[in-house]
Design a protein around this ligand. Structure first.
Ligand SMILES: [Fe+2]
Ligand SMILES: [Fe+2]
Length: 179
């Protein structure tokens, strides 16, 4: 399996670096909560948008190009999660890992689009933002509802994400290796 440092090097060159760090952090904590493999889930979060810059004008290939590139570097079930994480491919998520990545990716995108500082963002406000975002793009809600299929209530998932990101941000400067 690819080493974390090597994965970081790959992602650091992309425009999705900061986003990838957030999704990796969320995925690691989700794995801990769900008794899954923390290292694998973290790497999946880190690498899920590896091909983004390359396929930005052809999003139906998003994740599929990464999957090809990561063959042999990650277990097959991890590559599958990366391959199916974007609805525009038309591929179907199946495993807990597939669904967790979709939900973590979506909540990260939602938070990135808000202007409120993360320290001041609360679950109720995030829910309102989710409802508003879903009016134009219904996949926001359907993506996030995947968490209920892996044993988490949406409310609990949003709490977990905000708690993780608030904690991480406050410790980021004191330990740059943490994300
Ligand atoms: Fe993506
Ligand atoms: Fe993403």
């Amino acid at each position: 399996m690819i080493a974390e440092d090597e994965a970081l090097q790959l992602v650091r060159k992309t425009s999705k670096y900061d986003h990838a760090l957030v999704v990796a952090t969320l995925m690691e904590k989700l794995a801990a909560t769900l008794n899954e493999n923390e290292q694998e889930w973290k790497l999946v979060g880190l690498l899920h948008d590896l091909d983004y810059d390359e396929v930005v004008n052809e999003m139906k290939r998003h994740g599929i190009v990464s999957a090809e590139r990561l063959k042999g570097k990650l277990p097959e079930h991890c590559i599958h999660a990366i391959m199916v994480h974007d609805h525009r491919t038309g591929l179907t998520p199946k495993s807990r890992l597939d669904k967790a990545l979709i939900a973590a990716d979506t909540v990260a995108s939602l938070i990135e689009k808000t202007e409120t500082q993360i320290e001041k963002l609360e679950v109720d406000a995030l829910r309102v933002k989710l409802e508003n975002a879903s009016l134009g793009q219904s996949w926001y809600k359907s993506n996030l509802m995947q968490v209920e299929e892996i044993g988490l209530r949406l409310e609990d998932f949003l709490h977990l994400c905000l708690d993780v990101l608030k904690t991480t941000k406050s410790t980021k400067n004191s330990n740059p290796r943490r994300y």
